[in-house]
Design a protein around this ligand. Structure first.
Ligand SMILES: C[S@@+](CC[C@H](N)C(=O)[O-])C[C@H]1O[C@@H](n2cnc3c(N)ncnc32)[C@H](O)[C@@H]1O
Length: 226
């Protein structure tokens, strides 16, 4: 089993302090919602975010969108071997049913996430595809999964060749592998990842986007488990 955790993902509802900014009001009006009901998105709210603490890394639901498309449409997921969790900067945790089909259209994805933040489950309680829980720190998310090994991916980690690394884990009979990928565009993890990880590993000397790291993990894990 492979669990992929997108950690500290930059997905959040509009901070109240930005809800009166003209760019935010205009975008909310266009979407026929209240400013506090829409997601913060640097594509649209850049002008409002200049004085927001950590404004340069916040408001990036597009990273989560591309990550979910990559993970849920992977062969490993089709083979029933994947568990996907999104943890956000505010310790909100989104559990993803493996059968979820994420819409490719980004605007529709934003609408889905906004509904999830409002209702905490979509489409409904009877058939939950995405469900949301609040106030769960990353450490607790990891502990709840009870994986055999917890690997954090970071440019600054120990350099590994992923096929060999996964083969070694298989030899050691680590059946449930949990991989943590940062869901933010720049900067470091806020969580002290060394204390929650078995290993911190790097795939390449330069920074890669989260969905590229996810696809490397998915392909190499799939090849190893076949
Ligand atoms: C865009 S990066 C975040 C920026 C961060 N400064 C960094 O270099 O890791 C998104 C995530 O992809 C993963 N990642 C990026 N580059 C990587 C690399 N070269 N090796 C392993 N993981 C990487 C990490 O989990 C990172 O948090």
């Amino acid at each position: 089993m492979l669990t992929l955790v997108l950690a500290e993902a930059e997905v959040e509802l509009m901070p109240v302090e930005l809800s009166r900014h003209p760019a935010v009001i205009a975008h909310a009006r266009l979407r026929r919602k209240q400013p506090t009901q829409i997601l913060l998105d640097s594509n649209y709210h850049h002008a409002a975010m200049t004085n927001l603490p950590e404004g340069r890394r916040r408001g990036r639901p597009d990273i989560t969108h591309l990550f979910l498309l990559t993970a849920l449409e992977s062969i490993v997921n089709k083979q029933g071997q994947l568990n996907v969790i999104v943890h956000t900067r505010d310790d909100t945790v989104i559990t993803v049913n493996p059968e979820t089909r994420i819409m490719r259209n980004y605007e529709r994805f934003l609408g889905l996430m906004e509904k999830l933040f409002e209702k905490h489950v979509v489409p409904d309680e009877k058939q939950p595809l995405l469900s949301l829980r609040q106030n769960i720190p990353l450490k607790q998310v990891i502990e709840q999964v009870q994986a055999d090994v917890v690997i954090t991916f970071s440019k600054d980690g120990t350099s590994v060749v992923l096929p060999d690394y996964f083969k070694e884990l298989k030899k050691q009979k680590k059946r449930h592998v949990l991989c943590i990928i940062g869901g933010f565009p720049s900067g470091m993890f806020h969580t002290d990842i060394k204390t929650i990880s078995t290993d911190v590993v790097s795939l390449y000397p330069d920074m890669l986007p989260a969905w590229t790291v996810a696809s490397e993990i998915l392909v190499n894990y799939g090849n190893m488990s076949r």
